[in-house]
Ligand binder design. Structure first.
Ligand code: C2O
Ligand code: CU
Ligand code: CU
Length: 523
């Protein structure tokens, strides 16, 4: 046990945990025993897929040299098709869970950590008690069982922890320590398209990490910069793909499907190809687009997913092609002073909000010539569900603001347990427009639980062509990036389940600091 405790202290850096403790931040504990028990499922079997998922400390090799202490998910298949679980690399990433639309799924979640955790099924339309919300913590050494029907469209989703106590959240440190995994839903319509699969379908989780000289993960430190870092969001010095640095993949001259998840705490990527080929987007958070979109670059904010199609048919064995993250044009983030006064909170810091450096994400080494005559279909999906927006569809407005020394707010409020205000109650079956108004100097990736929405409109001050160039607003999303001085309107429909869900900024340091609220669906 002493050993486990020292692991705990190392993860996220000694400094991070001691800093949070010094700041009075919550470390878990048995405050909500009865609620935890009530998360157990009442859904009847038989279950097409039955899994055990465990969150626990481990040591895995990440950098050359000594292995790193991480927290990770491992899973075991009790029942279900073979393809349900596949490892993602040999690092800390949680296994890829593959589900098919229509399956009934049960997962027993074991908490092998020394603090409370939950497992949230990001992007999935699941009942409130299955959603892994902080009001239903799983205490250390205990388990909870959830069950749900797979009702969502084919797409890349993911799972990650979502604990948040009275004094703050632990999503940032727990995810950073390694707790996150991808989840793919397939369905018959998508299968009929014959998109690249098997070895030609790659799941790529983008994360950034900072290490000490002896390969320990470092999170937010206790120095003077810590407060600023927490405000901006943590950014690591090094990009890891599926938990590995310097990611390389050997490919042939065929077409590939790349399914990317931004699992970083706060870093925003601007995806592009070396050599200038266009980025072909075939899907977003909620599955395939109606038709492919081609862009010079594609912006991927924390928690967002993007499904890319790439054809290496124009390359030769011996060539390599890199997937990179481009540097942002800093001056575009300048804008007006949002904090009243500017000064040190002004321009320099705004530019720094985006991942401003150019980074190599994955190098594709072309090793074989294989002729591939399959072209990308011009129509990808006919079944895109739409929220029926009418002239009288109600608009609910959420002002993203900031309070000095307290961090970010939504309509002036911060996370306060499982409470909702009058303007956070919506009706089952109804369609609404939500308008996120960004009155801060930072971009916020706003996420809504339990549904996929459509982006209706972006209203910006001034010309934002450069920033918007990489934004894919078509298709279905559960997370939308809202730039400073911008308002974004989304259309959403509250289907199937009554009860509490959440909406929040998915910059993990922002949500942990309270930029997160519940909303309630009532009949
Ligand atoms: Cu991926 Cu509430 O989050
Ligand atoms: Cu979510
Ligand atoms: Cu934010």
């Amino acid at each position: 046990d002493l050993q486990r405790r020292s692991v705990l202290r190392r993860i996220g850096g000694v400094a991070a945990l001691s800093t949070l403790a010094a700041a009075g931040v919550w470390f878990g504990g048995g405050r909500s025993r009865s609620l935890a028990a009530s998360a157990s499922t009442t859904m009847e079997g038989p279950f097409d897929v039955d899994l055990r998922l465990r969150a626990h400390p481990a040591k895995v090799p990440i950098l050359p040299g000594v292995p790193s202490d991480v927290w990770r998910y491992t899973a075991e298949r009790v029942a279900g098709p073979n393809e349900t679980l596949t490892p993602v690399g040999e690092s800390y990433a949680g296994p890829l869970i593959r589900l098919h639309r229509g399956q009934r799924v049960r997962v027993r979640i074991d908490n092998g950590l020394l603090e409370d955790t939950t497992v949230h099924w990001h992007g999935l339309h699941v009942p409130p008690n299955v959603d892994g919300q902080p009001r239903l913590p799983i205490e250390p050494g205990t388990s909870t069982t959830v069950a749900f029907d797979v009702v969502d469209r084919a797409g890349l989703y993911w799972y990650h922890p979502h604990p948040h106590g009275p004094d703050g959240g632990r999503v940032g440190p727990q995810s950073y320590a390694g707790l996150a995994g991808p989840l793919i839903i397939s369905d018959d319509t998508e299968r009929a398209l014959g998109l690249p699969d098997g070895e030609r379908e790659l799941v790529l989780i983008l994360q950034d990490r900072t290490f000490t000289d002896d390969n320990a993960l470092q999170y937010i430190g206790s120095d003077m910069g810590a407060m600023m870092t927490r405000m901006r969001g943590f950014r690591g010095e090094q990009v890891l793909v599926n938990g590995h640095p310097d990611a390389r993949r050997e490919v042939s001259t065929q077409s590939y499907r790349l399914r990317l998840l931004n699992g970083s705490n706060s870093r925003i990527y601007k995806l592009a190809w070396s050599g200038g080929r266009a980025v072909t987007v075939i899907g977003t958070d909620g599955g395939l687009l109606a038709e492919p979109e081609r862009r010079r670059s594609v912006t991927l904010a924390p928690a967002q997913r993007v499904d890319l199609w790439v054809d290496f048919g124009d390359t030769e064995p011996g060539d390599s092609v890199q997937l990179v993250s481009e540097a942002y044009q800093l001056e575009m983030m300048g804008g007006r002073e949002m904090m009243g006064g500017g000064g040190m909170m002004g321009r320099g810091m705004m530019g720094d909000m985006m991942g401003s450096e150019r980074l190599t994400l994955v190098t594709f080494d072309i090793v074989a010539r294989v002729n591939d005559s399959r072209a990308l279909p011009e129509r990808l999906a006919e079944d895109l569900p739409t929220s029926p927006v009418q002239a009288d569809t109600p608009v609910r407005r959420f002002e993203l603001g900031m309070r000095m020394m307290q961090g970010f707010t939504i309509n002036g409020r911060r996370m306060e347990g499982a409470t909702v205000a009058d303007d956070e109650i919506v009706r089952l079956g109804e369609t609404e427009i939500w308008e996120f108004v960004n009155n801060t100097m930072m971009p916020h990736p706003m996420h809504v639980h339990g549904l996929q929405f459509q982006v209706q409109e972006r209203i910006s001050a001034g010309d934002r062509t450069d920033l918007h160039d990489g934004i894919i607003d078509a298709g279905l999303h559960d997370t939308v990036l809202v730039f400073p001085e911008e308002r974004v309107r989304i259309a959403l429909t509250f289907k199937s389940f009554e009860g509490l869900y959440m909406y929040h900024c998915h910059n993990m340091e922002h949500e942990d600091a309270g930029m997160m609220r519940y909303y309630k669906v009532v009949a």
